[in-house]
Ligand binder design. Structure first.
Ligand SMILES: Cc1cc2nc3c(=O)[nH]c(=O)nc-3n(C[C@H](O)[C@H](O)[C@H](O)COP(=O)(O)O)c2cc1C
Ligand SMILES: [Mn+2]
Length: 475
């Protein structure tokens, strides 16, 4: 498997999925190109070079894991699997992963270019202003924010966005106070101290995935990334903070997160994954950047939130969790789960065994679907990863007057664009969820009209057998 981001980019290139873009403007254009590419059928990964206003070699890499194949590559599973099978493979792999302790090494290529104190200048890194209405450039849109617990050896490394405000000031935005980075920073601040912090840019995609996973408090994203790759993550001690830093990353910022009582800066707005600006500019914690280290010809890893269905991960990893939740709760015969519209719609496919089986799955999926208003349950012959298939089931198996339930006051967030303005301000961030049972009615399932279409497995076999002629490669 890839050792660092450069290896991963090479592997993508070998798959034919990399496009090189020269001459783009970091203000709006680079983000626009990323959005267009992410929304195209090919959905290629992009490596930007010769970025306007920056020396050649200072690169930005986007759409790293945005289609199922590259998500599978990053997760270390077979890239030839069909999407639902790939998600299933990840669900199974994830359940067996054991944290793998890191390995400390003594050199890192990012020390080739070191800037400290007055020499720090964040404007030398091509941080894009991704969307039209963004409040400024974001150096961290898929970067790891590393902090260390003052009371134990726990090191947290998760993804929180990082906005650039001056030569040596950036903000880190925690969605809520339960974020591990926020919990750790608060411990320092409560003692009146700044919190040592490092921002890791241009890490390999196993770290990107770990930084997004819900690990328990005290759990190590580094050890989880090592487990994904089945190789210990190599780290090096950062000179100022002593924090362990992935040794093969591209660009490191080191400094302190100042107590908010000392300083905050207005953060955002930043285009969100729903495709809107729902959260306003808010005061955020400020990082004073005391040192910058980067490799020669550094690569910034960018993953801006984009209008759905474009999403950071081409395999919906939160759907794998819901699939696992269903099994843990004892719901049998789940054959697939998926999320569409960037996690906002959840689909579960199952083989019905008893009356109420599909509703049981629907209620559990609804309870665990963050910000999603729509949950659909389908039979086992419907491919949950195909929106067309799912809508075929909805329009041919669901009778709205019988098959739809609404659950009120369920889990959403302040990013939800459909919250009433007063409610958002008052912190009332719940919404309702619609559960559509698009399964054949269980009480007359045996006499339901027979489907004429191929089963997804039959279609896959035919695709395989006739691939060359279908693609025009053979006659
Ligand atoms: C590209 C991307 C950007 C994210 N941006 C933020 C963010 O700005 N703030 C935040 O609190 N969570 C953000 N998240 C979600 C967190 O990374 C995720 O919930 C993670 O599990 C939190 O880790 P923690 O439990 O160690 O705090 C982002 C995730 C991704 C993939
Ligand atoms: Mn964590």
């Amino acid at each position: 498997m890839y050792n660092d981001l450069r290896d991963y980019i090479q592997e993508i290139d070998a798959l034919g999925e990399l496009r090189r873009i020269n001459g783009a403007d970091p203000v709006h254009e680079l983000g626009g190109i990323t959005e267009v590419a992410a929304g195209s059928a090919a959905c290629p990964a992009l490596l930007f070079d010769s970025i306007k206003g920056f020396p050649k070699g200072y690169r930005v890499f986007t759409n790293a894991t945005t289609n199922p194949r590259r998500a599978a590559l990053a997760l270390g599973i077979d890239t030839e699997l069909r999407p639902v099978e790939a998600l299933k493979a990840w669900k199974e792999k994830r359940a067996t992963l054991k944290p793998l302790p890191v390995k400390t090494i003594s050199s890192a290529a990012f020390f080739d270019n070191s800037f400290e104190g007055g020499a720090v200048d964040l404007s030398t890194i091509p941080a894009p202003t991704w969307h039209r209405g963004d409040g400024g450039p974001y150096i961290g849109s898929g970067s790891l924010v590393v902090t260390g617990d003052p009371d134990s050896d726990w090191v947290n490394a998760s993804i929180y966005r990082v906005q650039v405000h001056s030569r040596n000031h950036a903000t880190v935005q925690f969605d809520h106070q339960g974020r591990h980075g926020a919990i750790i920073a608060r411990k320092y601040w409560d003692q009146g101290k700044p919190c040592p912090i490092a921002i890791v840019n241009g890490q390999d995609p196993a770290l990107f995935i770990s930084g997004f996973e819900y690990l328990p408090e005290g759990g190590s994203e580094y050890e989880f990334a090592g487990a994904i790759k089945n190789t210990p993550l190599e780290v090096i001690k950062a000179p100022r903070s002593g924090l362990p830093i992935p040794a093969h990353a591209e660009i490191i910022l080191e400094g302190v997160l100042l107590p908010p009582s000392e300083m905050t800066l207005p953060e955002g707005p930043f285009g969100e994954f729903t495709g809107y600006y729902a959260a306003d500019t808010r005061p955020a914690a400020v990082m004073r950047v005391d040192a910058v280290y980067h490799r020669n010809d550094p690569i910034l890893f960018g993953s801006p939130p984009l209008k759905p269905p474009r999403f950071h991960f081409g395999l919906p990893m939160r759907a794998a969790s819901i699939w696992g939740n269903l099994e843990t709760c004892g719901v049998t015969d789940v054959v697939g789960a998926w999320q569409h519209v960037s996690q906002l719609m959840t689909v579960v496919a199952l083989k019905q065994r008893y009356a109420g089986h599909s509703k049981r799955a629907g209620l559990i999926a609804a309870a665990n679907s963050y910000m999603g208003r729509l949950v659909v349950i389908v039979d086992e012959d419907v491919d949950p990863s195909s929106l067309a298939d799912v809508m075929w089931a909805v329009t041919t198996r669901c009778e709205p007057s019988e098959s739809v339930d609404i659950v009120r006051n369920a889990w959403s967030s302040s990013l939800d664009p459909r919250l009433r303005p007063g409610d958002r301000v008052a912190g009332l961030t719940s919404h309702s969820k619609m559960i559509i049972d698009a399964c054949k009615p269980f009480d007359w399932i045996d006499s339901y009209p027979t489907a004429s279409a191929l089963l997804p497995s039959e279609a896959a076999e035919i695709e395989q057998k006739w691939r060359d002629m279908l693609s025009g490669k053979a006659t």
